[in-house]
Design a protein around this ligand. Structure first.
Ligand SMILES: [Fe+2]
Ligand SMILES: [Fe+2]
Length: 165
């Protein structure tokens, strides 16, 4: 079963979105590192690598299905943030956008009667539930933390416990 043209186009766009996510989280990681939050920087760097894996998952799938990946330019990510609360609120917002994009892609695959793509995307749908939950938890935690330096330091240590590959 060949990839339909609009499914292929939407998948190529999703590769770009995942790679942009990776770039955005790396940019956020750089900000945290320079602001003296090494734990947050680590969390975001691990997240950046995960996003690259997401992009590559779709990349390989396109080729397995006989399609061709066409890479587009990656947008410049934001480099400056007001504080950690604003930064993680933007992580949550971004993940919500990605979830919507995955849902739209799934709908495109349904319209094309493309079952293999639907099955592949089910993994992403589950993953997005997890991503939104994680971001929500961090945003909520930061509300409790407030802006006392000691609590922020403890928060940073907690995020730094995230294990990478
Ligand atoms: Fe992703
Ligand atoms: Fe994840």
């Amino acid at each position: 079963m060949k990839l339909e043209k609009n499914v292929l186009k939407a998948m190529n766009e999703q590769v770009n979105k995942e790679l942009f996510s990776s770039y955005l989280y790396l940019s956020m990681s750089a900000y945290c590192e320079s602001e003296g939050f090494p734990g947050c920087a680590k969390w975001l760097k691990v997240q950046s690598e995960e996003e690259n894996d997401h992009g590559m998952k779709i990349y390989h799938f396109i080729h397995e299905r006989g399609g061709r990946v066409e890479l587009e330019a990656i947008d410049k990510p934001k480099t400056d943030f007001k504080n950690l609360s604003q930064l993680f609120a933007q992580v949550l917002e971004h993940e919500q956008k990605i979830s919507a994009s995955i849902t739209a892609l799934y709908e495109t695959a349904i319209k094309a009667n493309d079952y293999p793509t639907q099955i592949m995307l089910q993994w992403f749908i589950t993953e997005q539930v997890e991503e939104e939950k994680n971001a929500h938890e961090i945003v909520d935690l930061l509300k409790k933390v407030g802006d006392s330096p000691v609590s922020l330091m403890m928060f940073d240590r907690q995020l730094g416990a995230r294990v990478g590959k």
